[in-house]
Structure formats: structure tokens, C-alpha cells
Design a protein around this ligand. Structure first.
Ligand SMILES: NC(=O)c1ccc[n+]([C@@H]2O[C@H](COP(=O)([O-])OP(=O)(O)OC[C@H]3O[C@@H](n4cnc5c(N)ncnc54)[C@H](OP(=O)(O)O)[C@@H]3O)[C@@H](O)[C@H]2O)c1
Length: 249
């Protein structure tokens, strides 16, 4: 029998593609996001289930998880993917955007993990996939508040991986680079950088491999990986270079 998988942020982009690849291998996908019409259409296509949920609303997450766990006491995989972009400056960006980034990109994954943990424990060995970002290891304009939310999410994911390891719940931390999706059209990138932009299906294929091979923390595409230690090694050089990045429009 296929496994039961909960995918957050499944109404578009990377989450929808992950639901597609996991459904194709026979998993039953329970799709979560705010736009129910889009979730329902995908659930019909994949033979899955749709649940409207704002992951930043802790009470709503707990209520949805209780409903899902009543139908499926065992959850084999939780994919924490829901997230929003945020090209804004700390100094004068919209304060609501800065708060939303933290509530959705960082806290949302925590509330979902806590709410679905009884199901993951019941199904152990089970898996949690956290879709973080290369922005979780490199910070700078024009997306400082987004990057900060992803740094926090990375700390959560690494800590959860250590805390859950002995319980047979494996945490996969996936750090994608630029991918072209509805929320992240990547139109602002210069033409020479456009060549390295991948599709949401590439990230989904990577997630599938990560699950099948039991990989822990990974970067997709791989070549962003070596960049991360560079900012740690040469923070002052990065400050000088990044100070020349134009302000977000
Ligand atoms: N694209 C990239 O370049 C890139 C790179 C690295 C990491 N990522 C990460 O990948 C994840 C998916 O992004 P994407 O590129 O696929 O963007 P996307 O196409 O905009 O998808 C984002 C998904 O998150 C959902 N979502 C947003 N806020 C939500 C909330 N409060 N509650 C529940 N669901 C919510 C959206 O659905 P609703 O609007 O229907 O709620 C949508 O399904 C994000 O965590 C993002 O940070 C993306």
C-alpha cells in the first residue's frame, strides 16, 4: 500500500510538483495550502486529499492535523514546503511583510511538525522534508528578511534532525537555489544568471532521490553548496560586494 504524505504549499510550484512525483510512486498525498480551489483540482488529478490551511495560524494547523490524523493515524512523510518570497529591505521594507515571512517560512514548519508528530511517530520509520533555500546559508540584499526567515528555518531543520533521529524520524533539509515558480518568477535576475535557474520539477526529483537514498541535508543544484562557506570565511568581502546590489524595486 502507498504511504501517506502531507505536503504543505501544494497549490503551486515546488509543492505541487512534489505531490505529483510522490503520487506517481503510489503515495496518497494530503495537500495543504490556502487556495482550496487549486488544491482540490490537484487532489482530483492525483487521487489525493485537499485541506485548506494557513500554516502561520497555529490553531488552524492543529485543527487540520487533528482532522487528517483522524483519517490517517500514520503519516509516513511530512513535506514542509509552504513559503512566500520577500524582496524587501530591513530598513524601510513593509513591516507586515517582514513579520509574515517569519510566521510562514519559519514558524509554519514548526507548527506543522508539532501537529503531525503523533502521526510521524506512529509511522516510524518516517520522514520529514523541510524545503529551506540557499538563502538559508547566504544572506544579503535584496531579500534580507526572506533570507533571515530561511536562516531560522535552517536552524529549526538541523535541530529537528538531531532531536528526531533516535525516534526513527529522518529529517531531510533541502536547500534549492533559484527555481522558476509562480511566487518566484526570477525575472529580476540578470540574463547570465537565468541560465542556472531550474524548474520546480527538478527540485521535486531531488526530493524524491533524497527520500529514497535517505540523504540528510542537501543543496539543489549541487554547485550552490560550496558557496555557503564562502560568506562565513570572507564576511567582509561579501559585505563590500553585496553593498553594490541595487535596492529592490
Ligand atoms: N522558487 C525558488 O527559487 C525557491 C528557492 C529556494 C527555496 N524555495 C522555497 O520553496 C518553497 C515553495 O516555493 P515555490 O517556489 O514553489 O513558490 P510558490 O509557487 O509561490 O508556492 C508557494 C506555496 O506555498 C503556499 N503558501 C504560501 N503561504 C502559505 C500559508 N500561509 N499557508 C499555507 N500555504 C502557504 C502557497 O499556496 P497558497 O497561496 O494557496 O496558500 C503555494 O502553494 C518555499 O518555502 C520557498 O521559500 C523556493
Amino acid at each position: 500500500m502507498g504511504r501517506v504524505v502531507v505536503v504543505t504549499g501544494a497549490s503551486s510550484g515546488i509543492g505541487a510538483e512534489i505531490a505529483r512525483v510522490l503520487s506517481a510512486r503510489g503515495d496518497l498525498c494530503v495537500l495543504l495550502a490556502r487556495r482550496l480551489d487549486r488544491l482540490q483540482a490537484l487532489a482530483n488529478e492525483l487521487g489525493g486529499e485537499a485541506e485548506q490551511c494557513d500554516v502561520s495560524d497555529r490553531a488552524a494547523v492543529e485543527a487540520v492535523a487533528a482532522r487528517v490524523l483522524a483519517r490517517h493515524p500514520k503519516i509516513d512523510v511530512l513535506v514542509n514546503n509552504a513559503g512566500i518570497p520577500g524582496r524587501a529591505r530591513f530598513l524601510d521594507g513593509d513591516p507586515d511583510v517582514i513579520e509574515r515571512l517569519i510566521r510562514i517560512n519559519y514558524l509554519g514548519g514548526i507548527w506543522c511538525l508539532r501537529a503531525f508528530l503523533p502521526g510521524l511517530r506512529a509511522a516510524a520509520p518516517s520522514d520529514v522534508v523541510n524545503i529551506v533555500s540557499v538563502s538559508g546559508v547566504i544572506a544579503g540584499p535584496p531579500s534580507g528578511p526572506y533570507s533571515a526567515s530561511k536562516h531560522a528555518q535552517l536552524a529549526f531543520s538541523r535541530t529537528a534532525a538531531a532531536e528526531l533521529r533516535t525516534e526513527g524520524i529522518r529529517v531531510h533539509t533541502v536547500k534549492p537555489g533559484f527555481a522558476r515558480t509562480e511566487g518566484f518568477p526570477q525575472k529580476w535576475l540578470p540574463r547570465h544568471v537565468q541560465r542556472i535557474v531550474i524548474g520546480p520539477d527538478d527540485v521535486a526529483a531531488h526530493v524524491l532521490r533524497s527520500l529514497e537514498q535517505g540523504r540528510g541535508e542537501t543543496t539543489v543544484p549541487w554547485f550552490y553548496g560550496p558557496l555557503a562557506p564562502l560568506q562565513d570565511a570572507m564576511p567582509n568581502l561579501f559585505t563590500r560586494v553585496l553593498s553594490r546590489v541595487p535596492k529592490a524595486p
